[in-house]
Design a protein around this ligand. Structure first.
Ligand code: SF4
Length: 270
């Protein structure tokens, strides 16, 4: 086993171990550096797109898993955090006490989303749950804690350095999936948030966010793990933390997806 494989196994163990709560110590979170993406073991396909083996196993057996094209994250010059914050404030003001769709009837608080206004990495989930509806903050329940672990212990980024939002801002009754017309009505706010933050990579969490961001009607199991694009920003669809709470065996799959995100950000795990 070569050194890169050992490092990969150790990193995955920290991620999975910390999420499972089995006492494996996580790595101290550190701010991800927004640099040009680092290319690992790349080659050029006939279209001139750099490709990278998906995992160490795939690298050893390329026939078993085709190489995956890695997109380039947009290179950002120094960002004006105050201007981005102002833009976000204007979007929140525009939402106001929104009654544009039926979800206003059952909500307690609008969940706008929160985080670094000039984040390199943005997470987009489906909709607020009960905890989020009560607090007015995105991803603060059990699934939110798991997302924090994914970001801080797995990706070694402070949660406060990413931006987190949902496709819709109000909790659907009984946590049902949002209807298409609700998504259509609310989506201008998310689109405006993305334009304000201008992240270098977006992670779409779960089927609703994944389908919306990747513009597909396929089941998420079919398109997760492969970059889509939103306004030239690479989008990685993966499973929702709430699904991981129900299906811990899927954590390894999500870690593979997040490692690709880290590659594109230029902060590879191995
Ligand atoms: S879900 Fe969006 S469009 Fe519907 S009421 Fe809430 S903020 Fe308004």
């Amino acid at each position: 086993m070569d050194d890169s494989v050992v490092r990969d196994v150790v990193a995955m163990g920290k991620f999975l171990g910390s999420l499972d709560g089995i006492g494996v110590l996580g790595v101290a979170p550190a701010r991800a550096k927004a640099k040009a993406p680092v290319r690992l073991a790349v080659s050029a396909d006939p279209a001139g797109v750099e490709v990278r083996a998906r995992s160490a196993d795939a690298a050893r057996s390329p026939a078993a898993s085709p190489p995956l094209a890695l997109p380039s994250a947009p290179v950002r010059s120094d960002r004006d955090a105050a201007a981005a914050e102002l833009s976000l404030t204007a979007i929140r003001d525009e939402i106001g006490d929104c009654k544009r769709c039926r979800l206003c009837e059952g909500r307690n608080k609008i969940v706008f989303g929160q985080g670094n206004p000039v984040a390199d990495l943005m997470f987009v989930g489906e909709a607020p749950g009960a905890d989020e509806d009560a607090q007015g903050l995105a991803f603060v329940g059990r699934a939110g804690q798991l997302l924090t672990d994914m970001v801080e212990k797995g990706m070694r980024i402070q949660r406060s350095d990413v931006f987190i939002a949902n496709v819709i801002k109000c909790r659907p009754p009984g946590n049902r999936p949002p209807e298409n017309d609700e998504i259509t009505t609310c989506q201008p706010f998310l689109e405006a948030q993305i334009k304000a933050v201008r992240p270098r990579v977006i992670v779409a969490l779960g089927a609703t966010a994944g389908k919306f961001m990747a513009k597909t009607g396929d089941p998420i199991a079919r398109f997760r793990g492969r970059f889509a694009s939103w306004d030239d920003i690479p989008v990685m669809p993966t499973y929702h933390p709430a699904y991981l709470l129900r299906t811990p065996s899927a954590k390894k799959t999500v870690w593979e997806d997040l490692k690709l995100v880290m590659d594109v950000l230029g902060t590879p795990a191995d």
